[in-house]
Design a protein around this ligand. Structure first.
Ligand code: CYT
Length: 143
């Protein structure tokens, strides 16, 4: 499905970085629901997909930084690969699998970033964003 500039306002504004303990950024990703017509390219899964295969045990040493509280799909992925820490910019607009992450021993750090919280709230409330947002978290938009 080709994407045109008219689609830009629909783009999910969620990005993610996989960070090595050395401080190196190993991988970046962002949500590609619209761009790639995808149900599973959340910011977090996109960053992991972009990383590709890595040496055994590396992900157990990495930190994931993400714009928003990770959904249960992405939280499950973090638990599967044993990320020790997930840092999120905010969780006022959405709370995903944080309790599950903590229950599995993953440290969850919420930066409570006001600018990102506001940006996300505005986008979710926007005409272009509302339906895509609901779709992204498995909800149905009410008329
Ligand atoms: N944390 C997130 C929630 C929803 N969609 C995403 O891509 N990421």
């Amino acid at each position: 499905m080709p994407v045109t500039p008219a689609d830009y306002p629909k783009y999910m504004k969620i990005g993610c970085i996989v960070h090595a303990p050395t401080g190196d950024v190993l991988s970046r990703g962002h949500n590609k629901r619209v761009q790639e017509n995808s149900n599973i390219r959340h910011g977090e899964t996109d960053a992991l997909e972009n990383l590709g295969r890595v040496r055994e045990g590396l992900l157990r040493e990495c930190i994931m930084f993400t714009t928003l509280s990770p959904c249960i799909m992405c939280s499950g992925t973090c638990v599967l690969y044993k990320f020790p820490t997930v840092v999120l910019a905010e969780n006022e607009n959405f709370v995903g699998g944080e309790d599950f992450l903590r229950s599995q021993g993953v440290e969850v750090v919420n930066l409570k970033d006001e600018g990102i919280t506001q940006m996300m709230a505005e986008w979710i409330a926007s005409e272009a964003g509302r339906k895509i947002w609901n779709e992204d978290i498995g909800e149905v938009t009410q008329a």
